[in-house]
Design a protein around this ligand. Structure first.
Ligand code: SF4
Ligand code: SF4
Length: 159
């Protein structure tokens, strides 16, 4: 009887030869920073508005992922994985890898970033003993205003 040792299945062979990749994400670690979508050369990863207002989503299109691994390399949270695989039923359309709210400035209401990223930053600062002051939830313009507003005259110049 012939041994199957060393042989690979048809599916394994297709996976090895696949020109396409599939990205998976650990949503408990992702901060929604968007660096992976910025780095992706094919547009397989992208950030788009969510269905609710003030939300966004990280989308993945299998049909254009070339399994280059650039998203995995750039991810600061190390929460992405890519495998070379062909899922013919997923060539069209997209999947939602992550979704979150957009945090807003507590003074002017302008957007300041993904809520998961702000929460994580706050947790890291607290864990390292840095006090969280009232300016933490402010956008850069409002931080400047609260720090230097009393020095800026009506003409917009520092007096
Ligand atoms: S997967 Fe990584 S790079 Fe992409 S949004 Fe999440 S944390 Fe940022
Ligand atoms: S593996 Fe390459 S092509 Fe695929 S999503 Fe990541 S960066 Fe984009």
């Amino acid at each position: 009887m012939k041994s199957n040792k060393g042989k690979i299945s048809r599916r394994e062979l297709l996976e090895k030869l696949s020109p396409l990749g599939k990205v998976s994400l650990d949503a408990t670690k992702c901060t929604g920073c968007g660096l992976c979508a910025q780095e992706c050369p094919t547009g397989a990863l992208s950030i788009s508005p969510g269905e609710e207002s003030d939300t966004f989503r990280l989308l993945f299109k299998h049909g254009v992922c070339v399994a280059c691994g650039k998203c995995v390399e750039i991810c600061p949270e190390k929460c992405l994985q890519v495998e070379r695989i062909l899922e013919t039923e997923k060539l069209d359309g997209y999947s939602v890898l992550f979704e979150d709210e957009i945090a807003r400035c507590s003074r002017c209401g302008g957007p300041i970033g993904p809520k998961a990223m702000i929460d994580k930053l706050q947790a890291r600062m607290t864990a390292s003993g840095h006090p969280i002051n009232a300016q933490f939830g402010l956008c850069p313009d409002c931080k400047t205003q609260t720090q230097f507003g009393h020095l800026i005259g009506k003409n917009g110049h520092i007096s």
